[in-house]
Design a protein around this ligand. Structure first.
Ligand code: SAH
Ligand code: SF4
Length: 381
């Protein structure tokens, strides 16, 4: 057994659920205390240590002191858009890297559900990152240009919610920040387990995981994360175009992906959110809309058309014209009867859209706008 001697191993986040549970279990401390510790950190975000958590056994304080920190990441900056609907958080991790998370405030009284105004007030959605960078290399994505740097621990994913909770009461979480969540699958499942338990108590129906289409992970998704929403970045209706814009499509061919989605839907009976980035002249023609409509004919799906946000000088793509987007939407809706929304862009003044986040590139984009995910929100009760 390794002794607890001289070298000072870095302490882990209390929100690393599997780790704290195993340490507590090894020390004979009940796991029931863990949510109390989390609640304390959530309510005392600036607490430097865990001595103030009330009513723990003495052994727990010693263990916490030795092996854990209330948070391992630090909130470096929080930038509000002028209209205050969007706040971008820059968060520095223990390994020195940074990630971004974005809070989006959505006024439900302005939203529509099936054409009718919705009741309720302001709800906040947090867009979280799962990795620093991403190895999938989608050609239109700023995060993809960084390459892969590291995986976030489950605790680091949860800490984004802890930091965001200082600013807004978060009701929805979307995994649409930096990284491919299904390439960090264990941490994803563990973090969502924490989100849905005490003290966070988010409904799994208010959590959405967006993936480029990692087939083996989609096959496990329903079993591991029942009721959590699945959003798939399809972006093209055929294998050739998909490969051109998303190198990962070679490893996960469209046919295999659609089969995995079909069996996921058969098992879960959940609506699948299909994300489709509109790239001028690449995938936005009427014929593509027909192909997409046919591809989705057997599914209960909602298509979100995403206007492409330019990602700096290196990008070869252009945003589709409004006219093309409308035409595309008309075909999918009118002919194939598939619910189709166009994603609104907001908070143009604080570069940082979900899925376009990039940290520490010399050429930081200034054209991005945070995306208000009213499309997914609109279809959730
Ligand atoms: N890796 C996951 C989740 C993060 S990306 C995925 O790819 O789904 C979240 C969303 O933002 C994806 O649908 C992604 O395709 C989209 N996105 C990436 N770059 C974008 C850009 N430049 N403009 C608009 N949306 C973009
Ligand atoms: Fe990775 Fe998603 Fe960006 Fe593709 S779109 S590079 S999968 S973060």
């Amino acid at each position: 057994m390794a002794s607890s001697s001289t070298a000072t191993p870095s302490r882990r986040s209390v929100f690393d659920a599997a780790y704290i549970r195993s340490e507590f279990s090894a020390a004979g401390i009940s796991a029931h205390f863990i949510p109390l510790i989390w609640k304390y950190v959530l309510q005392n975000p600036w607490c430097g240590d865990l001595c103030g958590v009330p009513s723990l056994p003495a052994t727990a304080y010693a263990l916490l002191q030795q092996k854990f920190r209330p948070t391992t990441s630090t909130l470096t900056t929080a930038a509000d858009s002028k209209d205050r609907t969007t706040t971008k958080l820059l968060i520095r991790l223990q390994n020195g890297e940074s990630v971004e998370a974005v809070i989006m405030r959505y006024d439900t009284t302005l939203g529509k559900y099936d054409g009718k105004p919705r009741s309720g007030g302001v709800r906040s959605t947090l867009c979280v990152s799962s990795q620093v960078g991403c190895k999938m290399g989608c050609r239109f994505c700023a995060t993809g240009t960084m390459g892969f740097k590291s995986n976030l621990s489950s605790g680091e994913i949860v800490e984004q919610l802890v930091h965001a909770s200082r600013y807004s009461q978060i009701r929805n979480v979307v995994f649409m920040g930096m990284g491919e969540p299904m390439n960090n699958y264990n941490a994803l499942v563990e973090a969502i387990g924490v989100f849905t338990g005490s003290p966070f108590q988010l409904s799994p129906k208010r959590i959405t995981v967006s993936t480029v289409g990692i087939v083996h992970a989609i096959n496990k998704f329903h079993n591991d994360l029942p009721h959590v929403n699945l959003a798939v970045s399809l972006h093209a209706p055929d294998q050739d175009i998909r490969c051109q814009i998303m190198p990962a499509a070679r490893a996960f061919p469209l046919e295999k992906l659609m089969n995995a989605l079909q069996s996921y839907q058969n098992k879960s009976n959940q609506t699948i959110f299909i994300e489709y980035i509109m790239l001028d002249g690449v995938n936005d023609q009427e014929e593509h809309a027909h192909q997409l409509g046919k591809l989705l004919e057997t599914f209960k799906a909602v298509v979100n058309l995403i206007p492409f946000n330019p990602i700096g000088s290196s990008s070869n793509f252009k945003t589709s014209s409004d006219q093309n987007v409308k035409k595309f939407q008309k075909v999918i809706r009118g002919i194939y009867n598939i619910r189709t929304t166009v994603r609104q862009q907001m908070g143009q003044d604080i570069a940082g859209a979900c899925g376009q986040l990039v940290v520490s590139l010399p050429d930081e984009r200034s054209t991005g706008g945070a995306t208000l995910l009213s499309d997914i929100e609109d279809f959730r009760i």
